[in-house]
Structure formats: structure tokens, C-alpha cells
Design a protein around this ligand. Sequence first.
Ligand SMILES: O=P(O)(O)OC[C@H](O)CO
Length: 753
Amino acid sequence: MNAAGDNGGSLFKNFVRQTSFKRPEMNMNFEFSNARRLDTHCDTCFPMIQEQVPSRGNYVDLLEFSNFNGIPYPILDESKKPSRWFADIRYCMSTPLPHNYPSVTKDVLTSPRVESTIQTLLKTSNTSVSSLRSKAVKFFKEIQANLSKFVCKICSYLLYKVFRRLMTKLLVCPDELNRIRKAEESGIPIVYLPLHRSHLDYLLITWCNWHFRLKLPHIASGDNLNLSGLGWLLRATGAFFIRRRVNPDDEGGKDVFYRAILHSYIEQVLKKDLPIEFFLEGTRNRFGKVLPPKNGLISNVVQAVQQGIIKDCYLVPVSYTYDAVVEGVFLNELMGIPKVRESVMGVFKGIFDGFSKSKQCGIVRMHYGRPVLLTTYLSAMTAALACKNAKPTALTRLPHSFSYRELVPWHRTHSETVDDRSMIRAIGFHVVHEAQMMCSISAVSIVSCLLLAKFRKGADIRTLEHDTIWLCEKIIAGGGDVVGYTSNETTGETIVKYALKKIENCVEYLKDQQFVRPILEHKSLVNLAYNKNAIICRFSIKSALALSLVCREMGKMVNIEEIIDDTMSLCDWLQYDFLFAKPCDDLREICHDILSTEHWSHPVNGVLRSDYEDMGGFGDVESQNQPVHVRIKDENDFEILVFYSNLIRPFIQSLYIVTTFVASPKCAENPIPENKFVRDLCQAALAEQEGYVKPPFEPLLESINSDSFKNSIRTLREKGFLSRADPNNVCRSKNGHINEVVSNLQRVLRLVQ
Ligand SMILES: O=P(O)(O)OC[C@H](O)CO
């Protein structure tokens, strides 16, 4: 059998739906929320007393607001429904922009931060006060937003037209927005921290806030979007521009004086109680899963609080779910081809293309997380990062494999006191983790995931429908939500039909349309993988546990601690691909918790058998610190574990491809730029050319992509297998232990023969 499993039958034989379908013909209810409480995802850091957790209603469609005069809607009394004539224009005219957006020019240019930087520069460089002051004005003008209510009003109307063309629905949860309103009324500024998947993300918070009469944010935008003729429009809707490092030699954004002006700008906007928005990831993710956060702008906000410039601020994670992003899958960039820089022509072409394909983005859902005060974050992270006696994992598995807590990038030094850098990293990781966990999952992701991780050689439609429901239920049981799925109501038929329509270019049908399989070409598989990757965060640790189990000899008992050690190593090696855990989590504990759940340890329903079977499963024994040995129960459970393991398997394959290459004589001894290295390796691997080391298994084609290759390089560099001193180039590894990594990875991938 191959890595992905292909027996065509349902994996999930033990899964029986609790209730029979009530209305098999029912449409999907996209507004329905499977979660009924406005919970938080971190009880450790931000506990909520259960009785006080507010309830959560369904979603509303912003595109319908103009037809119903906004909230409350839907209007059940037909006679009260407003007329639809010129509904958009009338709604836009009558919906106010009630807040003021005062200028911060003087505050920034005369701020103590800018003054002290001027004094320092006067001492250290040969320059005059007046030239520094005019430079300050120049930097300020380069950065500043120019929020104009008049322009926002016009845009609010135009965006109705654009969004209606691109989206079927744009859903938000009014209860989440009410929570934001309360935070806003407290007079403490809000910092919105959305995940970044598409250029459309820039517009969504602003547009949604306008509907709910909330303040419009100042949005940190890369200067790549400051296009002549369009930059002013973005500034008028709240964008302020920051310099980006587009290539490794670009020092523009590092200028101390520029940074002081930018820092002061952020502080003064917040001081005026105006919200700010920026993307912690720093760039749109290219492969459908979150990126590790960057520290720059969040550190400015943390310092503003620590230095008393503002008393506090609320951090609000925001996430988006699209059936498809307007840009499409980033196929060229995923093959290492450099991005085409944004241009005015490109924008017009993008708009034209967007309008030529109707409802390209499908259903879009936004989530606003719980506003948490930065000072609460600071004390929670201090407690979370204080030294805990992390138990090192076995070193026999993969070289340099210590405890996850010691190696993850938020906490480099294992010390009693928590330094500011670790604190800022931890806050960023916590927010991004929260955002990824509150993201709804689209039906497209569910079906793409099953096609790639289970039905690679195809499935009959009924089996796919059955397993789709199984996966939806798993996501809901884990606290997630699936767009358009209502537990016990939506049929597998409806949801599969909906999803297959969206991915019709990536699948083919056989047997009179009753059998479907993915098209096994790189382009289709990468497309499906992009959709699938949105799900992995919900199962990432389970997937690593499953991979650690299925790579072992079937039927042989193995000490559970060994499985956990391997799992921790896998998480560690994929730390740039996935945020497996929050800074406050203990990964070893999470592994134990997962293994003690009924699904894993129950003597009848669990996937594992232990040497404590007669005692009602090993969950209880585990908690008594007794050594436990387990094996996979039977073929069916093995198949379930293979499915889970296949979620992260392509990423381990990418790591293997890169590692074997940098360990081999085929890799040049002289450093070559990383971008070129990645592009050449992608092309060679795909064409199975000479310039690549063919693995002893058939690689899953989606594992050949620049995103995973770059993360593999980053991990190898981090662990000293590639030069840290030369971070922009790659050459053959001189580390004698690299072959141990190769053989360990081969052991983990053993199944794929
Ligand atoms: O890095 P990119 O191409 O994803 O650009 C998106 C940025 O948000 C632009 O500011």
C-alpha cells in the first residue's frame, strides 16, 4: 500500500451517526454556528468562569446588510422589509462613520522618542538639527495614513459591488463584534492582529467595522502596495506604509531614525485611542497554513505599554476562512519563481480577472477573537515562560533533539527570568495560535484533505460522503467549526457536492460519476494541499503521534515514552511549518493527554492495545507513571492512524528531500543564493532530474514546493546542519551528523515503500 492509503473503503467503520439525517435534501446552512458559546481557546492564560461565558448566536451576512438595513436581521415580518431599490447606495449613505480620526503629525514629530533619537544622531553623526527635522517630516509623510470619511463612504459603496462579485457570502458573528464594541467603549485602544492569506484581508476588518459603527483601524501595509495613483486611496481608507525588506541586502527599513518615526507613529495613534491593525505573519501565507509571527510591530506596541506611553491596549486576533483566495493558489511562488511585484496594471488586471469569474472566493467567514489586555498577556506569558523543568527527549532518535520547550523559537534561552525578546515572541505565537484555532474550516478543505490523505487513488462518492461527515464531526468535537455544516442535519452528499464543485479542476470522475479521485499532477495536488493545510492545525500533534506509531513494526509492543519522544522530535523538526502548541503549553503533557483519551486508549474503542488491557485501557495507568507498552489494535485502526499521519507526512518528505540533497555531493560546495537553490531543487525534484537525490520511496508530489523546502532549510540552519553565519545562501552541509538525520527520517518514512 502507498503512503496515503488507498483501499477505497471507509476508514471509519466504527463511526455511526447519532441521529439519522432529518432532511436529506437540505441546503447547507452557512450562517449556522456549531459553537454555542463565545469561548476562549486558552483557559490556562485567560480563564473564563464557565457561567460567565457569553452565548454565541449564528453568523450574519454583511452582503445582505443593505437589504435589511443592517442589524437586527433577518426581518421576519415581510411588511417591514425595506425596499431593495438602490438599497446599497441608500444603506451606505445612511450608515454613519461616527468617529473622528485626528492627525498625529505634531505628536509624532515632537515626541520624546523622536527628540531623543535626534539628540543621539547629532552626537554620533555629522548632521544638523534642521536636516534631521526635515528628514523626520519626509519619513512621516512616507508612513502616514490620511483617513478620509468622504473617501471611506465612497469605498463602502464600491466594496459592496466588489465583494458581491467575489463572494457568495461574507459572514461575521455579531456576538464577537459586540465583544469588540465593549472593549472599544472602555477607552482602551485596540490592536487587530489578523492572519494574512490574501490582499483582500486588508479591506475586510475596515468594512466590517463600519457596518457595526466601530472605529476604523490604521492598517500597517507593506510599501509594495504604495502604488502611484493608488497609494493615496489606501491611505484615505486607513493604510499607513512601512518599508519592507524585499531582498536580503535591503537595509532601508533598518534606518534608526526611520524606525523611531514609525515607532512613534504607532504609539501616538494608539494614544489617541485609535485602533491599529497589522499582520503578525508579515506576508500572506503561500501554502494555506499560518506562518511564525514576526516581532517588529508587536514589539513597538509592547514597548509603548512597558514605557507608559499608553496605559494598555487590547489585542484582538482575527481570522478569515475563504473557499478560495482571490489570488488563486500561489503555484509559481510555490515552485520558487519570484513573485511579480505589485503594479497599477497588475491591480487593474486583478480586478478585471476577479470580475470575470463570479463568486471566486465563495463563502468567506471572519472571526474576531476575544479582546485581551496586553498587560494580561504580559503577566500570563511571564508565568508561562518561567523556567519549568522540561524533561529532555531521547537523543537516539534525531540528533539535537531536546525538549520542545527549549527549542521552539519563542524561548531560546532557558533561564529563570524572561527577557523582553522571548516575551514578545511568546505573545506573537500565542495570538497566531489563537487565530488559527478559531478559524472555521471550509467544506473545500475537508474534502481536499480526505482526497489527499486517504483517497489518493480515489473513492466511491458514498464512501467519501461518509468520511466527510466523520471528519466534520471530529473538527466540531475538537472545538472547531465547519462552514455550512450542521451536526445531524447536513448530509454528506450536500457537503461533498458543494466542495467538489469548487475543486473541479483538481479531480476526475469515473464509473458514471460515482467514483472520484484527485488528478495526480503537481498542480492539482498542490492546489488540494493548500486547502488541506488549513485543517492540519486541528490535528497536528495527533498526526505526529500517528506517524511515530505507523512507522514501527506492526504488532510489536513499544514503550509509550518512545512514541512521545519521537512525536516531540517530529514537532521540533517541523516547528517552522506548524505552530503545534502555545508558549504556555507543555507538549509532552499534551501528548499524554491525547493518548489517554478514549479514542486512543479505550480497550474496545481505542486505536491502541496495551499491556494493561484488562484494567480498562491504559489511560489510568499512564497517569500513575507506570511504564506502558502499546501496539496498534488492528488493520482498521492502522488505517485511521495512517490517515492522521498523512497530514504531516508530505512535510517530512520535503525535509528528507532537502536533507539528502545538502548531504550529497550533488549539492555545490560553494554557497548559492537560497532562492535559486530552492527553485532549482523544486524543478529538479519535479522532473526527477540529475540535480536531485531520488528518495527510496515515491514522494507525494505536493511535498515538492518552495514553502516546505525553505522551512526545511531554516530548520537545518537552526540546528547547525547548514551555516548560520551565511543565512541567505545554501551549500553542502559540512556537519558530520547529517547522515544520522537522513537515516532517522528514512526510519520515520519507512511505511512508504
Ligand atoms: O508579501 P506579500 O506579497 O504577501 O504582500 C502582502 C503584504 O501584506 C503587502 O503589504
